[in-house]
Design a protein around this ligand. Structure first.
Ligand SMILES: [Zn+2]
Length: 419
């Protein structure tokens, strides 16, 4: 019994050795936190005005240029746009310390021509992208502005980054480019994405494919008996529908789009499906990926086996639509503990989990990374009915981003173990 207690005490000491302490006693940090609360209306105005600049996938330039202007306005240095379109601004510290990236993403899922005018209805802002990720961009601007107003200093350095291509079609192209061509060694990466006060410490991985079933095609009556690409695809979808996947770690599959066909009386030369596979676990993602590959091959073999003597065969072509690596949830890392401790200092306990964000990529490289929410209450992300409500404490999102950032930038004393 006593041994157990001792073991527990020892392990909690070992853990506390890694617990970062948010610098709530630092006068400049306190003043910055105060100013975020006081200037809450300004933050909301940033969020709305950014949202009204369209930023469809691969067309984030105009919004990016406006972020360049605002980064400069709030004292960031060496503000530039990199070769992929990411906007980067620097806020150096007082000496040598960790370099922290604080980022939000520029792109939305909405195509060109979407009405992005924000409407305020009973305390609720409606506009496509208002939460995802105009809240994140407004949050990082609020942090930069408050740091400048309160003259916050820290040993490390903070890079403010607005990334392109976070959403599906972009396939993390901005954050990939950033980490493939890092301006310097990055010690910590924080993405502010969406609304609420949740913390993402793991990455939901995804594999997306366009699977094309191809054949010679012919007349439905005259060429009957020829292997049929659409029938092969149907066999494959039936198999996929029966996949068994674990509930935990959460693993999912979806045939999202099917296309093909020429007319009702034609054996189509093509049937195509788009498939999305996701998992919190790299192993399970690989397992469901293997299942998909096997199911498609079996389906094709079965279809071809119906007409073994027919010269025409169904074949398959796989086209990668995007691969995002999975990383298991880890709430014990230093970066996760810094965010949890900062939340606690601000009076809330962040719920943790895995999701699919810009942090997926640096996480997969082993760079300590998290995604935090930007506060407030969001609804309907990725729909044109998306809305944002600030609620009583929306400002806690930007405060959390600031406190986590300065903690990681070297102001967070680590609780030591007295030998
Ligand atoms: Zn987002």
């Amino acid at each position: 019994m006593r041994l157990t207690v001792l073991a527990l005490a020892a392990s909690s000491l070992a853990l506390s050795a890694q617990v970062p302490q948010p610098p709530t006693g630092n006068a400049a940090v306190s003043a910055a936190l105060e100013s975020i609360k006081r200037e809450n209306a300004w933050t909301l105005q940033q969020q709305v005005s950014i949202c009204e600049i369209p930023a469809p996938p691969f067309k984030e330039q105009v919004r990016g240029q406006e972020i360049v202007r605002r980064f400069k306005e709030h004292g960031l240095q060496n503000v530039r746009v990199d070769a992929e379109g990411n906007v980067i601004g620097e806020r150096p510290g007082s000496g040598n310390g960790p370099t922290v990236v604080l980022s939000g993403h520029l792109d939305t899922v909405f195509p060109e021509g979407t009405d992005v005018k924000v409407k305020l209805e009973g305390g609720r802002y409606r506009g496509p992208g208002i939460g995802d990720d105009c809240r994140g961009l407004a949050t990082i601007l609020a942090v930069a502005r408050a740091m400048k107003a309160a003259n916050v200093t820290y040993p490390g350095k903070v890079l403010f980054v607005a990334t392109v291509g976070e959403e599906g079609p972009g396939n993390l192209r901005g954050v990939r480019h950033f980490f493939q061509n890092p301006p310097e060694k990055i010690d910590f990466f924080i993405s502010v994405d969406g609304t609420g006060l949740g913390l993402t410490t793991g990455a939901v991985g995804s594999h997306r494919y366009l699977v094309q079933f191809q054949g010679p095609g012919g007349h439905s009556y005259g060429a009957f008996g020829m292997p049929n690409p659409i029938h092969a695809m149907g066999r494959a979808i039936a198999k996929v529908s029966d996949f068994q996947v674990p509930r935990s770690p959460r693993t999912t599959f979806n045939v999202g789009i099917v296309t093909g066909g020429t007319s009702v009386n034609t054996i189509s030369p093509l049937g195509a499906m788009e498939v999305d596979l996701r998992s919190e676990s790299p192993e399970e993602l690989l397992a469901v990926d293997t299942k998909l590959k096997n199911a498609v091959q079996q389906a094709v073999d079965e279809e071809n086996a119906r007409a073994p003597d027919h010269p025409g065969k169904v074949t398959v072509k796989w086209i990668d639509m995007g691969i995002r690596p999975a990383v298991l949830v880890n709430n014990e890392s230093f970066v996760a503990r810094a965010a949890l401790a900062a939340g606690k200092a601000l009076g809330f306990t962040a719920e943790t989990g895995a999701s699919s964000t810009d942090a997926n990529y640096p996480m997969s490289l082993g760079i300590p990374s998290i995604t935090i929410d930007g506060g407030g209450i969001g609804r309907g992300a990725h729909s044109i009915a998306e809305s944002y409500e600030d609620g009583p404490e929306g400002w806690k999102g930007p405060q959390w981003a600031l406190l986590t950032t300065v903690t990681l930038a070297g102001l967070g004393r680590t609780a030591g173990v007295v030998p």
